[in-house]
Design a protein around this ligand. Structure first.
Ligand SMILES: [Zn+2]
Length: 153
């Protein structure tokens, strides 16, 4: 049974990837938790005193063949029905809630924290070399590496 801890795990994993933003849907898919549960927990992480995340709102072109992200806003737009022009496909359309999507960015502070923490915990290759005589086989070494990775993520 997945819990909110699995969401924490996912964010830790996403923090080391070279991505700008991520969507609640991907976390829901990876954890198997309902989207509503995921979204509420992500909002909680974004509203903490030391936030792991920051909420953004993306405005995407409604043209199915385009669907590019046109704007990334810090707050939900208040002036709905405004006319928007897509510079990629040349279409004009009205701003509506159908084309506004929540996205999250991982705060640089949390990214740094994960980066530093991962460095400290990962077994350096010289550790494995030094103790290699103890390891009976290659598969045993790989098993150790896998275990240490599991502890990190
Ligand atoms: Zn477009």
């Amino acid at each position: 049974m997945a819990t909110e801890w699995d969401i924490d795990d996912q964010i830790k994993y996403l923090a080391v990837l070279p991505i700008k933003r991520f969507y609640p849907t991907i976390v829901a898919k990876q954890t198997g938790l309902p989207l509503q549960v995921v979204f509420e927990y992500l909002l909680e992480l974004a509203s903490r005193e030391k936030p792991k995340l920051q909420l953004k709102w993306e405005i995407r072109c409604p043209n199915y063949y385009c669907a590019r992200t046109l704007y990334v806003l810090d707050s939900f737009p208040t002036n709905l029905d405004e006319t928007i022009y897509c510079k990629y496909c040349g279409k004009e359309f009205n701003l509506s809630i159908d084309i506004i999507f929540p996205a999250f960015i991982i705060t640089p502070e949390y990214k740094n924290y994960i980066k530093e923490n991962t460095k400290k915990k990962r077994y350096p290759s010289r550790f494995i070399k030094k103790h290699s005589s103890r390891f009976k086989s290659r598969s045993f070494i790989f098993k150790c590496i896998r275990i240490s990775y599991r502890k990190i993520y």
